[in-house]
Design a protein. Structure first.
Length: 218
Protein backbone atom coordinates (compact mmCIF):
# COMPACT_ATOMS: atom_id res chain seq x y z
CA UNK A 1 0.00 0.00 0.00
CA UNK A 2 1.20 3.52 -0.76
CA UNK A 3 2.65 5.37 2.16
CA UNK A 4 0.51 8.43 2.92
CA UNK A 5 2.47 11.42 4.08
CA UNK A 6 1.39 14.31 6.31
CA UNK A 7 3.38 17.53 5.93
CA UNK A 8 2.23 20.20 8.41
CA UNK A 9 2.51 23.78 7.18
CA UNK A 10 4.28 26.20 9.50
CA UNK A 11 2.21 29.01 8.01
CA UNK A 12 -0.18 28.34 10.91
CA UNK A 13 2.62 28.07 13.50
CA UNK A 14 3.85 30.75 15.90
CA UNK A 15 6.57 32.42 13.79
CA UNK A 16 8.27 33.83 16.89
CA UNK A 17 8.76 30.35 18.37
CA UNK A 18 9.57 28.35 15.26
CA UNK A 19 12.06 25.99 16.86
CA UNK A 20 9.50 24.82 19.44
CA UNK A 21 6.81 24.71 16.76
CA UNK A 22 9.00 22.40 14.66
CA UNK A 23 9.39 20.04 17.63
CA UNK A 24 5.60 19.80 17.96
CA UNK A 25 5.33 18.07 14.57
CA UNK A 26 8.21 15.60 14.86
CA UNK A 27 5.87 12.67 14.09
CA UNK A 28 5.05 14.12 10.65
CA UNK A 29 6.84 13.21 7.41
CA UNK A 30 8.18 16.65 6.46
CA UNK A 31 7.68 20.29 7.32
CA UNK A 32 5.91 22.35 4.66
CA UNK A 33 7.39 25.83 4.34
CA UNK A 34 5.27 28.42 2.50
CA UNK A 35 7.34 31.15 0.87
CA UNK A 36 5.22 34.10 -0.35
CA UNK A 37 6.45 37.29 -2.00
CA UNK A 38 3.39 39.59 -1.91
CA UNK A 39 3.32 39.53 -5.74
CA UNK A 40 2.38 36.02 -6.83
CA UNK A 41 0.01 35.95 -3.84
CA UNK A 42 -1.23 38.87 -1.72
CA UNK A 43 0.72 37.81 1.37
CA UNK A 44 4.30 37.85 2.59
CA UNK A 45 5.92 35.20 4.78
CA UNK A 46 9.62 34.39 4.93
CA UNK A 47 12.61 34.06 2.65
CA UNK A 48 16.00 32.44 2.25
CA UNK A 49 17.72 33.45 5.52
CA UNK A 50 14.89 32.02 7.63
CA UNK A 51 14.57 28.92 5.46
CA UNK A 52 18.31 28.28 5.92
CA UNK A 53 17.90 28.50 9.69
CA UNK A 54 14.83 26.23 9.69
CA UNK A 55 16.88 23.73 7.70
CA UNK A 56 19.53 23.77 10.46
CA UNK A 57 17.17 23.19 13.38
CA UNK A 58 14.34 21.12 11.88
CA UNK A 59 14.14 17.45 12.89
CA UNK A 60 12.19 16.86 9.67
CA UNK A 61 13.08 17.30 5.98
CA UNK A 62 11.88 20.54 4.38
CA UNK A 63 9.12 20.60 1.77
CA UNK A 64 9.29 24.11 0.34
CA UNK A 65 6.32 25.64 -1.47
CA UNK A 66 7.30 28.75 -3.41
CA UNK A 67 4.42 31.14 -4.04
CA UNK A 68 6.68 33.67 -5.72
CA UNK A 69 7.14 35.27 -9.12
CA UNK A 70 10.21 34.51 -11.22
CA UNK A 71 10.59 30.99 -9.85
CA UNK A 72 13.25 30.22 -12.47
CA UNK A 73 15.54 32.68 -10.76
CA UNK A 74 14.88 31.93 -7.09
CA UNK A 75 13.93 28.26 -6.73
CA UNK A 76 17.49 26.88 -7.19
CA UNK A 77 18.67 28.92 -4.19
CA UNK A 78 16.03 27.24 -2.04
CA UNK A 79 17.24 23.83 -3.26
CA UNK A 80 20.75 24.81 -2.21
CA UNK A 81 19.59 25.14 1.43
CA UNK A 82 19.44 21.33 1.50
CA UNK A 83 15.65 21.15 1.29
CA UNK A 84 14.24 17.72 0.45
CA UNK A 85 11.86 19.17 -2.12
CA UNK A 86 11.24 22.53 -3.77
CA UNK A 87 7.91 23.21 -5.44
CA UNK A 88 7.44 26.14 -7.79
CA UNK A 89 4.16 27.30 -9.36
CA UNK A 90 3.65 26.46 -13.04
CA UNK A 91 2.06 29.90 -13.40
CA UNK A 92 5.28 31.58 -12.20
CA UNK A 93 7.89 29.61 -14.14
CA UNK A 94 9.02 30.53 -17.66
CA UNK A 95 10.87 27.25 -18.28
CA UNK A 96 9.51 24.57 -15.94
CA UNK A 97 11.40 21.63 -17.48
CA UNK A 98 14.73 23.40 -17.26
CA UNK A 99 13.95 24.49 -13.71
CA UNK A 100 12.91 21.00 -12.58
CA UNK A 101 16.15 19.58 -14.00
CA UNK A 102 18.16 22.24 -12.22
CA UNK A 103 16.46 21.50 -8.88
CA UNK A 104 17.16 17.80 -9.28
CA UNK A 105 20.79 18.42 -10.24
CA UNK A 106 21.22 20.35 -6.97
CA UNK A 107 19.83 17.33 -5.11
CA UNK A 108 16.27 18.40 -4.27
CA UNK A 109 13.12 16.71 -5.42
CA UNK A 110 11.38 18.86 -8.01
CA UNK A 111 7.76 19.85 -7.47
CA UNK A 112 5.36 21.87 -9.59
CA UNK A 113 2.17 23.43 -8.24
CA UNK A 114 -1.09 24.36 -9.93
CA UNK A 115 -3.56 26.96 -8.71
CA UNK A 116 -7.16 25.67 -8.41
CA UNK A 117 -8.09 27.24 -11.78
CA UNK A 118 -5.03 25.95 -13.67
CA UNK A 119 -5.73 22.81 -15.68
CA UNK A 120 -3.26 19.91 -15.63
CA UNK A 121 -3.59 19.02 -19.34
CA UNK A 122 -0.93 21.49 -20.63
CA UNK A 123 1.57 19.89 -18.27
CA UNK A 124 0.95 16.18 -18.82
CA UNK A 125 4.04 15.88 -21.03
CA UNK A 126 6.37 17.21 -18.37
CA UNK A 127 5.19 15.05 -15.47
CA UNK A 128 8.18 12.77 -16.06
CA UNK A 129 10.48 15.65 -15.12
CA UNK A 130 8.87 15.99 -11.69
CA UNK A 131 8.96 14.17 -8.37
CA UNK A 132 5.83 15.88 -7.08
CA UNK A 133 2.73 17.55 -8.49
CA UNK A 134 1.04 19.90 -6.02
CA UNK A 135 -2.63 20.43 -6.72
CA UNK A 136 -3.71 23.45 -4.70
CA UNK A 137 -7.05 22.73 -3.04
CA UNK A 138 -7.53 26.38 -2.00
CA UNK A 139 -6.47 29.63 -3.67
CA UNK A 140 -2.84 30.04 -2.54
CA UNK A 141 -1.99 32.83 -0.11
CA UNK A 142 -3.61 32.10 3.22
CA UNK A 143 -4.19 29.30 5.70
CA UNK A 144 -7.55 28.42 7.15
CA UNK A 145 -9.60 28.38 3.92
CA UNK A 146 -12.14 25.73 2.91
CA UNK A 147 -11.21 22.78 0.69
CA UNK A 148 -12.36 23.26 -2.92
CA UNK A 149 -14.09 20.12 -4.18
CA UNK A 150 -13.84 21.44 -7.74
CA UNK A 151 -10.16 20.43 -7.67
CA UNK A 152 -10.96 16.71 -7.25
CA UNK A 153 -11.44 15.94 -10.98
CA UNK A 154 -8.01 17.47 -11.68
CA UNK A 155 -6.40 15.26 -9.03
CA UNK A 156 -8.10 12.26 -10.64
CA UNK A 157 -6.93 13.23 -14.14
CA UNK A 158 -3.36 13.69 -12.94
CA UNK A 159 -3.44 10.39 -11.05
CA UNK A 160 -4.75 8.58 -14.15
CA UNK A 161 -2.02 10.09 -16.32
CA UNK A 162 0.68 9.20 -13.79
CA UNK A 163 -0.60 5.63 -13.46
CA UNK A 164 -1.04 5.28 -17.20
CA UNK A 165 2.52 6.35 -17.91
CA UNK A 166 3.94 4.38 -14.97
CA UNK A 167 5.59 7.48 -13.53
CA UNK A 168 6.97 7.62 -9.98
CA UNK A 169 5.84 11.13 -9.04
CA UNK A 170 3.42 11.71 -6.19
CA UNK A 171 0.44 14.05 -5.93
CA UNK A 172 0.41 16.51 -3.04
CA UNK A 173 -2.64 18.51 -1.97
CA UNK A 174 -2.51 21.73 0.03
CA UNK A 175 -5.31 23.78 1.52
CA UNK A 176 -8.33 22.98 3.67
CA UNK A 177 -7.09 19.50 4.58
CA UNK A 178 -8.97 18.27 7.65
CA UNK A 179 -10.21 14.95 9.01
CA UNK A 180 -13.37 15.63 6.95
CA UNK A 181 -11.76 16.42 3.59
CA UNK A 182 -8.59 14.30 3.52
CA UNK A 183 -10.28 11.09 2.39
CA UNK A 184 -11.79 12.81 -0.66
CA UNK A 185 -8.31 13.91 -1.74
CA UNK A 186 -6.84 10.48 -0.99
CA UNK A 187 -9.59 8.71 -2.95
CA UNK A 188 -8.88 10.99 -5.92
CA UNK A 189 -5.21 9.94 -5.88
CA UNK A 190 -3.28 12.27 -3.56
CA UNK A 191 -0.73 10.65 -1.23
CA UNK A 192 0.96 13.70 0.34
CA UNK A 193 -1.18 16.01 2.45
CA UNK A 194 -0.28 19.49 3.62
CA UNK A 195 -2.18 20.60 6.71
CA UNK A 196 -1.73 23.96 8.41
CA UNK A 197 -4.55 25.01 10.67
CA UNK A 198 -5.82 21.48 11.34
CA UNK A 199 -2.43 20.54 12.87
CA UNK A 200 -1.20 23.78 14.40
CA UNK A 201 -4.67 24.82 15.52
CA UNK A 202 -4.96 21.61 17.56
CA UNK A 203 -3.93 21.42 21.20
CA UNK A 204 -2.05 18.19 20.52
CA UNK A 205 -0.34 18.40 17.12
CA UNK A 206 0.87 14.77 17.23
CA UNK A 207 -2.70 13.58 17.84
CA UNK A 208 -3.94 15.75 14.96
CA UNK A 209 -1.31 14.25 12.64
CA UNK A 210 -2.33 10.73 13.72
CA UNK A 211 -6.03 11.52 13.17
CA UNK A 212 -5.34 12.85 9.68
CA UNK A 213 -3.35 9.70 8.82
CA UNK A 214 -6.17 7.50 10.10
CA UNK A 215 -8.83 9.51 8.26
CA UNK A 216 -6.87 9.21 5.00
CA UNK A 217 -6.77 5.45 5.42
CA UNK A 218 -3.08 5.10 6.09
C1 LIG B 1 -1.78 28.35 1.39
C2 LIG B 1 -0.58 27.52 1.77
C3 LIG B 1 -0.91 26.37 2.61
C4 LIG B 1 -1.55 26.69 3.93
C5 LIG B 1 -2.57 25.63 4.20
O1 LIG B 1 -1.46 29.17 0.34
O2 LIG B 1 0.09 27.04 0.61
O3 LIG B 1 0.23 25.53 2.80
O4 LIG B 1 -0.66 26.76 5.01
O5 LIG B 1 -3.27 25.98 5.35
P1 LIG B 1 -4.61 25.21 5.76
O6 LIG B 1 -4.22 23.77 5.99
O7 LIG B 1 -5.00 25.91 7.02
O8 LIG B 1 -5.58 25.37 4.64
ZN1 LIG C 1 1.64 25.49 0.86
Amino acid sequence: MTHLRINPSILSADFVNLQAELQRISTADAVHVDVMDNHFVPNLTLGLPIVRRIQEVSPLPLDIHLMIEDADRWAPQYAETGAASVTFHAEAAAAPVKLARELRSIGAKAGMALRPASPVEPYLDLLGELDLLLVMTVEPGFGGQSFLDLTLPKIRRAADAIRGAGLPLVIQVDGGITEETILRAADAGATVFVAGSSVYGAEDAAAAIASLRAAAGG
